[in-house]
Design a protein around this ligand. Structure first.
Ligand code: FE2
Length: 436
C-alpha cells in the first residue's frame, strides 16, 4: 500500500466520504421506488442492494478496526454481504431481487445511519495508517459500486433512465485511425504514485516487452460493423473454442444491447433508442468478441504491460506518469469519466489533451479495454485486504482505463479491473496491438 500523504487530515477524508456518498444518492435520485427492487439478470443487482451493500462495507471495515463495533442488524448483514465468508454465509447473489425486506425506505434509513456512524468514527478517533487505509478503501469500494450500479441501470432501464445531470456529447470530425510504434525493452509496471492504490497494482516490477504496435484509438462501432458484416459471428476460425460455444449457445450476432430496427443496427441506452454511431468506441463486447475481432483483423489484444506503457510511459523523458497526460487529476477536458455526465461514449478524437506521450488517445475513460493478460498477482504480490481482490485470481482477464461510468477518483493508469471472459454488461471495448 502506498502512503496516503494527501489524505492524512481528517477534513479531507470527511470531504471525500461525503462526496462519495452524495454521488451514490445522485445516481438513484430519479428512480421510482419499484426500480430499486428488481433484479433483471443474475449478474446484476437491484439498486436497493447496492445502496445497502456500499454502506455495509463501512460496517465491515469499522468492525475490523474497532473490535467494540456492533453491526446494525444481523438480517441486514446477511442480505448485504456480497461474498465475504469471514462475515457469515452471504445471501444468494442471483436472488437479491426476490427480497422485499429490508424495504427501500429501511435501506435509506440504514444508509443515513451508517453515514452518521462513519462520520463520528472519523471525527472521534485518532486513525492510524492501517485504519485510514481501510476507511479510504471504503470510498473506493463505493466508487466501484457506483459504476456497477450504472451498468445495472442500463440493464434495468436503459433509455428510460433519467439522470439528474446530463451533458451533450460533443461532435467530432472523422479522425485518422492508425497505430503507433512502441519501443520494447525492460518496462517497470505497477503503481508509482503516493496516494491510494489497490494491492493488485503493486509491487512495481520489471517486465520485458518486444517492440510492438498499438492503436491510437479504441476500435469503433464502424470498425466492428465490418467484422459483423464480414460474417465474424458466423466464422468459427476467428473464435476461441469457449467463445464459439458462447456465440452458439447465446446466439450472439452483435454487441450486447444492439438490435436491428428496420434493418439497421441500433442501440438502446441512456442516450435513447438510436442508430449505431460509427465514431464511438464499440462497447458491451466480451473478451471473446474482442479476441475474435483481433484475429479477423490479423492483429491481437495488447498485454496489460503493453497497454500501460503506451498509456503512461514517456520515452523522451524516461519517466512514467500516473495518467496519460501527466500526474494531474482527470478533468473533463482530458477524458470522459463519470463526471463528464455524458452517460455514454464520446466520439473518438474528442480528447487530444488526454493524449499519452506515445500518442494514444482515450486510454482513460469511455470504455474499459480488454487486455490479453490473465488476472493474477504481480511477482512479489502481497495481499492488502482479505477477500477483496486476490480471491479472484482465476479465470478472469484484466481490463484497463476506466469507462464513462468510472468516477474520477477511482481511475489511474495502473488500475487493474477484471472480469470473466464472457461478461458483456460492463462498458468494455478494446484496442488492437501488433507484433513487429
Ligand atoms: Fe462490493
Amino acid at each position: 500500500m502506498a502512503s496516503i500523504n494527501q489524505l492524512e487530515d481528517k477534513k479531507s477524508i470527511l470531504e471525500q466520504f461525503r462526496e462519495t456518498r452524495s454521488r451514490t444518492l445522485e445516481i438513484v435520485k430519479n428512480l421510482e421506488t419499484d426500480d430499486y427492487v428488481i433484479q433483471t439478470a443474475f449478474f446484476m443487482s437491484p439498486p436497493k442492494w447496492h445502496i445497502g451493500h456500499v454502506s455495509w462495507i463501512y460496517e465491515a471495515i469499522m468492525n475490523k478496526i474497532d473490535k467494540s463495533y456492533t453491526f446494525y442488524s444481523k438480517e441486514f448483514s446477511e442480505y448485504l454481504n456480497s461474498y465475504y465468508q469471514q462475515f457469515g454465509v452471504p445471501h444468494d447473489k442471483g436472488l437479491r431481487g426476490v427480497v422485499s425486506r429490508p424495504t427501500v425506505e429501511q435501506i435509506f434509513q440504514y444508509f443515513n445511519t451508517i453515514n452518521q456512524r462513519v462520520e463520528k468514527f472519523i471525527q472521534s478517533k485518532t486513525l492510524n495508517d492501517e485504519q485510514m487505509k481501510l476507511i479510504i478503501m471504503g470510498f473506493h469500494h463505493e466508487c466501484q459500486h457506483q459504476e456497477l450500479l450504472v451498468y445495472d441501470l442500463q440493464h434495468l432501464l436503459a433509455d428510460q433512465y433519467r439522470p439528474l445531470r446530463k451533458n451533450e456529447i460533443r461532435n467530432q470530425v472523422n479522425v485518422e485511425k492508425k497505430s503507433i510504434h512502441m519501443t520494447g525493452g525492460l518496462y517497470t509496471m505497477g503503481y508509482n504514485g503516493n496516494e491510494f492504490c489497490y494491492d493488485i497494482e503493486l509491487p512495481q516490477h520489471k517486465t520485458f516487452l518486444n517492440d510492438y504496435k498499438i492503436d491510437v484509438y479504441p476500435i469503433t462501432n464502424e470498425q466492428y460493423l465490418e467484422f459483423i458484416e464480414d460474417g465474424g459471428y458466423d466464422t468459427y476460425k476467428y473464435w476461441l473454442s469457449d467463445g464459439w460455444e458462447k456465440v452458439k449457445d447465446n446466439q450472439w450476432n452483435a454487441p450486447m444491447y444492439w438490435e436491428k430496427i428496420s434493418g439497421e443496427w441500433s442501440v438502446r441506452d441512456f442516450l435513447g433508442v438510436r442508430k449505431i454511431n460509427p465514431n464511438e468506441p464499440v462497447c458491451h463486447v466480451s473478451y471473446y468478441e474482442a479476441d475474435a475481432y483481433c484475429k479477423w483483423a490479423g492483429k491481437r489484444l495488447p498485454t496489460e504491460a503493453e497497454w500501460e506503457k503506451a498509456a503512461c510511459w514517456d520515452e523522451e523523458k524516461q519517466e512514467k506518469t500516473i495518467y496519460p497526460w501527466g500526474n494531474e487529476y482527470p478533468t473533463t477536458e482530458k477524458c470522459n469519466l463519470f463526471e463528464s455526465y455524458y452517460w455514454g461514449c464520446s466520439n473518438i478524437g474528442t480528447f487530444p489533451k488526454g493524449r499519452s506521450p506515445s500518442g494514444c488517445q482515450h486510454m482513460i475513460g469511455d470504455v474499459w479495454e480488454w487486455t490479453s493478460s490473465e488476472f493474477t498477482g504481480y511477482p512479489g504480490f502481497r495481499s492488502g485486504f482479505d477477500e477483496y481482490n486476490d480471491k479472484w485470481f482465476t479465470n478472469q482477464k484484466v481490463l484497463r482505463g476506466g469507462s464513462f461510468a468510472t468516477p474520477n477518483m477511482s481511475i489511474r493508469g495502473s488500475y487493474r479491473n477484471f472480469f470473466r471472459l464472457d461478461e458483456r454488461w460492463l462498458f468494455a471495448g478494446f484496442r488492437c496491438a501488433e507484433d513487429i
